[in-house]
Ligand binder design. Sequence first.
Ligand SMILES: [Zn+2]
Length: 183
Amino acid sequence: MISPKFIVEKLHAHSFIKAVAITDHNTMQGYAEVRRLAASYRDLTIIPGVEMSTRSGDFILLGVEEEPSYTSTVWEAADFAKARGGVIVIPHPYRIGGIGDLAEKIPADAIEVINPTATKRENKMAQELAKMKNLPGIAGSDAHVPLQMWTAYTEVSADLDIDEILKAIRKGWVKPVLADAMI
Ligand SMILES: [Zn+2]
């Protein structure tokens, strides 16, 4: 429920957030529109992403522009991701809509350890999972409406470049931050 135009304008106006991952559920159409609009600005980086709805819960893939043709099991989603070299993020593993204990088994590149729509306890469990799997912890705003934008973000030590950002996420050069909305 956030228009591509709104995202691009707010990103441009933001004092320090200059990159976003667009992770609509099961579609790349919103991403394509955001990327198109962002092309008029020099300072914005739009990371392709998708949040795949699987039978077991949500699964995020970053860095791949191809729309997944199916979204049945989380294992198939992981296969789709691996075959295309994307960055797998397990979002809100212990919140409703998360993949729960399956997160221990699914191969991933990062765990979303801060999600403002999850409880403190659910985020804490996600943090413990990241530690156990020895994976980087990142933050996602999970923004569905404008007020949720920037409620969490990830500081990434990388240039404003999609490949550099994805590489930095894999390497763990990240710091998840829970913030107040600053829209
Ligand atoms: Zn989700």
